[in-house]
Design a protein around this ligand. Structure first.
Ligand SMILES: Cc1cc2nc3c(=O)[nH]c(=O)nc-3n(C[C@H](O)[C@H](O)[C@H](O)COP(=O)(O)OP(=O)(O)OC[C@H]3O[C@@H](n4cnc5c(N)ncnc54)[C@H](O)[C@@H]3O)c2cc1C
Length: 320
């Protein structure tokens, strides 16, 4: 049986978690598993999100509402998942390549004695996995030799599972929070800027090192994002320079996005940044350097100074 860890925000299943569900369904047929089930962990919203998750083609959805998300360090996720995997006889554990899953999956795999693949992009018919390497510049085919297997999924490689008319069975599991804890989260806060969630957004406007400070970044990247109803992203250099928060970083060590439209403003196109935007359907770039590598990845590009191009673009967009 496959178990896919589904992340939710409030009562909603995260859009990119639906891509992880697609991956689980693909693994089920490619690797010959009989069932693919989902698991949601955390608080009173888990049941609501579990009901929604039941409509995306899984055979069963489990939820645990006794473990609170607010105090959710990786050691809790890992211990709870280990208990659930052993109880349900899970042979393949899957999760998205989110920061949360990147923390708990290696621990869980270790506790289960499972071999683990990071950032799988395909399930090959011979039981092997294809995974990204070197920020998407190369792919490796990996065979996992252990009985139980674990993998994080590069969600931009799979389309979000479509919603079906009928849902599957939803079951409550009564796993308790294991004690003693090695770590505890004391407080959580989210940087809510009133814009769409970066990983789920259909349109992303990202800014790079071309902007000299947070004010200039907000006045250009933020303004264009608001014209397009987009989420704001940033390169690591822009984050390091204090122009944007860490939560906005797109790339190998940031978030992976797969929007319909990705606008890169003053971003050079380093492979570590491209690794986060490979899944974008249409890429538009503005850069003052006609030889900027980002142009090779772009469907449309404009050579120019972002500080004059963006206000003009905003004016045009507002007029239509
Ligand atoms: C292990 C590792 C992990 C990394 N992870 C990430 C990651 O997750 N995400 C990420 O983004 N980076 C990551 N990086 C860093 C990455 O290698 C690059 O350094 C970074 O992406 C560069 O950001 P940038 O394009 O904004 O800056 P730069 O490379 O400095 O490029 C700035 C661009 O702006 C253009 N420009 C300047 N002024 C203007 C103007 N006025 N108008 C228009 N264009 C202008 C320039 O021509 C240039 O192309 C990582 C690096 C390592 C080693």
């Amino acid at each position: 049986m496959i178990l896919v860890f589904i992340e939710h925000s409030g009562p909603e299943v995260a859009l990119w978690s639906r891509s992880v569900i697609s991956a689980a369904l693909e693994a089920k047929s490619a690797h010959g598993y009989r069932r693919a089930a989902g698991l949601l962990v955390g608080g009173k919203n888990a049941v609501l999100a579990a009901r929604e998750a039941s409509y995306y083609g899984l055979d069963q959805v489990y939820y645990i509402d006794t473990v609170q998300t607010a105090s959710h360090p990786a050691c809790v996720d890992a211990a709870v998942l280990r208990q659930v995997c052993l109880r349900l006889g899970v042979m393949l554990l899957l999760a998205g390549a989110s920061s949360r899953a990147k923390s708990f999956m290696p621990r869980t795999a270790h506790m289960l004695g499972a071999g683990m693949v990071s950032e799988a992009v395909a399930f090959l018919p011979d039981g092997a996995f294809r995974r990204m390497m070197y920020a998407g510049s190369a792919y490796a085919e990996v065979e996992v030799l252990t009985k139980i297997k674990a993998a994080t999924i590069q969600q931009s490689a799979f389309a979000a599972a479509p919603k079906l008319d009928a849902g599957c069975e939803v079951c409550c599991l009564d796993e308790a929070c294991p004690a003693p804890l090695q770590e505890e989260i004391i407080a959580c806060s989210s940087a809510d800027d009133g814009r769409p969630e970066l990983r789920d957004a259909r349109v992303v406007v990202s800014g790079g090192r071309a902007f000299s400070n947070a004010g200039e970044f907000a006045a250009h990247v933020g303004a264009l994002a608001d014209c397009l109803g987009a989420a704001v992203g940033a390169s690591r250099s822009a984050v390091d320079a204090g122009c944007a928060p860490n939560s906005a970083q797109v790339g190998q060590t940031g978030k992976v996005v797969s929007p319909d439209l990705y606008v890169a403003l003053g971003i050079s196109g380093a492979i570590q940044h491209l690794a986060g935007m490979h899944g974008a359907k249409t890429v538009v770039a503005v850069n003052s350097d006609p030889a900027a590598p980002v142009f090779e990845e772009s469907d449309y590009y404009l050579v120019g100074d972002v500080c004059s191009v963006v206000p003009e673009l905003c004016r045009e967009l507002k007029s239509i």
